[in-house]
Each structure stands twice: as C-alpha cells, then as structure tokens.
Ligand binder design. Structure first.
Ligand code: FAD
Length: 382
C-alpha cells in the first residue's frame, strides 16, 4: 500500500535524521566491535524498520516497493552493516511468507517479524550450491505429517540471531533441478538445528554470516510454504524483490560517497587551490554522479513497475547488476579523490570500499544477473 505524500516525506525525513544523528557517528566503532549495539537495534524497531514490507494487518508499514527503495537509499548512507540488522526481516527472510504463506502461517509469525521480536533468515546457499541454487542438496524427507531436514546451508545472513529460517530443501531426490525443491519455515529452536561460527569477512563488520546445519530436523507439514516442488519459484520471486532493495542500498552508499568526496575535494588544497578545482577530480565526480543518477532512475522505475503488478525479473536483475557495479566504481573513485586519506582508515572511505564489494556477489552474482538479463531479453525477442 502506498503512503500519502506527507507521511512518505515524514518517514524519509525521520530515517534520514536517524542515519545522520545515530548511525553515522558510531560507524567506526561498529566496525571495530563487529557489533551493532542493542540500543540501536531497539531504535530501529521503534522506527518500524523491521516491518517496512510487512502488511499493515500484521503490524508492518506495508510500504510499496518504491517507498521501500526510498527508505533503503537513506539507510544506505550509513555503513551497510546497519541495514543488515533488519534487512532480512524486510526482504529475503520474510517475503516468502508474505507472498506464499497461509493465513495461519502469517498470523503466527508476521507480527513478530514486523516488530523485530522475530529475526528471520533466508537459507538457500549450500557448500555445493551457490550460483546454481536449483541444485540444493539439503534433503526434506516426508515422514507422516512432518518433513525431516538434513543438510548444510552456507553464508546465511543473521543466522546467529535468527529465530525463524526460510529454508529451501529437496523434497524429491529423483528430480535433480528446481522442481524437486520446496520451501519451509523452520524455527531456530527446532531440535537438530545448529549454527556454525561467524565467518570472518572482507567488510560490513557488524553483520554476520554462518552455516546452518540440519540434522534430522522435523518440520511439520503446515510449515511448508506453497506447494511441494514450488520452493525454487518461491526463492526466485523473493530474490527478484530483494534485488531492488539491494540496488537501492547501493545507490544510498554511492550518494553518500559522492557527498563525502565533494566535501573533501572542496576543502583539501594542493597547488594552492582546492582539488575540486582540478578538472581531473571533477571528471571523477561527474562520472560518479551520472552513474548514481542512472542507477536511481532504473531502480525506482523498476520498483514502480513492480508496484503496478508487472513482472520485473529482467529489470530487477539489470538494476542489481548496474547499481552494484556502479557503487564499486564510485567507491574506487572516492578512494582516489581522498588520496592517502582514502586508503587509511580515518575517513571511513576504505571501509565503505570493502563494504560494497559484496553487493556484486550476494542475491546473485553480476554474472548470474547477466545470465538472467540475457535469458529474459532473448525470451522477449529484444
Ligand atoms: C556476506 C554474504 C551474505 C550472504 N547471505 C546469504 C543469505 O542470507 N542466504 C543465502 O542463501 N545465501 C547468502 N549468501 C550466499 C551468496 O548468495 C552466494 O555466495 C552467491 O550466490 C554466490 O555463490 P557462491 O559463493 O557459491 O559462488 P559460485 O556460485 O561458486 O561462483 C563463483 C564464481 O563463478 C561464477 N559463476 C557461477 N556460475 C556461473 C555461470 N553460470 N556463468 C558465469 N559465471 C558463473 C560466479 O558469478 C562467481 O564469479 C551470502 C554470501 C555472503 C558472502
């Protein structure tokens, strides 16, 4: 549901203030401690950030995709690790339930997801199934009115604190590809479910990924999302949506890096004048600005298309590909504009340079986005 213009402006302003006053001042400490403080998470809950995409009937803000992107752009102006605290609840962790859940499943979990009392995670990737996600090997064997899950999921965001997992597992071992896969809601406290150590990562310290191990985990049949064999379709629809959210975050980080670069270039003097007066610096700023505007236009237009009911598989993949590659280039130019100060830790530019690298990898690598874009373009005949 779309907000009226005034409420929308208010929400964006509130998030912008929260980012500026509460998140940006503690970015370095969050990275150093590898932890987003509890009081910040509590404030995110207060603001409704955990429930941005959850229907109002279940206590969420029920934002349209375009509105969610506008909020994600603002949140992207602080270290992306902050967004990760609630990102799974807004996107990949909740949306299979929102899109495919029964009324009973929704009533049970969505209010807690919207408030942030329930943290969710999305468990698709496995040690042997990354880009080829239709090849998941985690097994869900039917046993009376339960399924029994066995297998390992890898790199699962927020697994360490999640209360509820959306898990893609193979219900039909005789079907090798997508149609043998089903989706399940699996609570953290299920017997046989364990969480691996937090992985050391290149960036986004404060956000965590873990293995999730299933050993004879029993999930009742009523926890299946959609029909048997629909799990891969569920996952792909969740990712179509998630890719727009990630594109918006990339735009937010890029806009912040451009603002930081401009401020620095106007203040830093070499050869007797601000480096902002050097045309070679201006060229970098111009390229970054142009690309950020292009990503913004593509992402918001695609979000509006999705809001009007169009299938946006191609456009969402194009937005994710372009925005994630764009922010990598913008971060690289920002390091260059800051010179030595960009490479050292003081201004946080090198941290953002590392933080944005993952956007080209998760929720489908750039290569996989290209595969999707080409496939869909060929299908459409141009
Ligand atoms: C920080 C982080 C958070 C994550 N969070 C989650 C999560 O919450 N839930 C989840 O399920 N997963 C998550 N992932 C997993 C992520 O989605 C995968 O890492 C990603 O999809 C790539 O899979 P892979 O790492 O196995 O790489 P691979 O699939 O092994 O790819 C390696 C390289 O081969 C290329 N490649 C593979 N196939 C093709 C092809 N057909 N054509 C061209 N090139 C190809 C890839 O593009 C890449 O460059 C996360 C990963 C990280 C690092």
């Amino acid at each position: 549901m779309a907000l009226d213009a005034e409420t929308r402006t208010q929400l964006i302003d509130t998030v912008r203030r929260f980012v500026t006053e509460r998140l940006r001042p503690i970015e370095a400490k969050v990275a150093e401690d590898n932890l987003v403080p509890d009081e910040i998470v509590a404030e995110m809950r207060e603001l409704g950030l955990f429930g941005l995409s959850i229907p109002e009937a279940y206590g969420g803000l029920d934002l349209s995709m375009e509105e969610e992107c506008l909020v994600a752009i603002e949140v992207g102006k602080a270290s992306p690790a902050f967004r990760s605290s609630f990102g799974t609840n807004v996107g990949i962790g909740s949306q299979a339930l929102v899109m495919f859940g029964t009324d009973q499943q929704k009533a049970r979990y969505l209010p807690g997801i919207a408030s942030g009392d329930i943290v969710t995670a999305f468990a698709l990737t496995e040690p042997e199934a990354g880009s080829d996600s239709a090849s998941v090997q985690t097994r869900a064997r039917r046993d009376g009115d339960h399924y029994v899950l066995d297998g390992t999921k890898r790199y699962i965001t927020n697994a360490g604190k999640a209360h509820l997992f959306t898990v893609m597992a193979r219900t039909d071992p005789d079907v090798k590809g997508a149609s043998g896969v089903s989706a399940f809601l699996v609570p953290r406290e299920s017997e046989g479910l364990s969480i691996g150590k937090s992985e050391k990562k290149m960036g986004q310290q404060g956000a965590h990924i873990h293995d999730v191990i299933f050993e004879g985990v029993r999930a009742p049949v009523e926890n299946r999302l959609g029909e048997e064999g629909q799990g891969f379709r569920v996952a792909m629809q969740v990712l179509d949506r998630g890719r727009l959210h990630i594109s918006a975050v990339c735009i937010g980080v890029a806009e912040r890096l451009i603002a930081d670069s401009v401020a620095y270039a106007m203040e830093r003097k070499q050869f007797g004048k601000p480096i902002a007066e050097q045309q070679l610096i201006q060229a970098m700023i111009a390229d970054s600005k142009t690309e950020a505007l292009a990503a913004r236009a593509l992402t918001l237009e695609t979000a509006r298309k999705r809001d009007s009911g169009e299938t946006v598989t191609l456009e969402a993949a194009a937005a994710k590909l372009y925005a994630s590659e764009m922010v990598g280039r913008v971060a690289d130019r920002a390091v260059q504009i800051f010179g030595g100060a960009g490479y050292t830790a003081d201004h946080g530019i090198e941290r953002l340079y590392r933080d944005v690298r993952i956007f080209r990898i998760y929720e489908g690598t750039s290569e996989i986005q290209r595969v999707i874009i080409a496939r869909e373009t060929l299908k459409r005949g141009g």
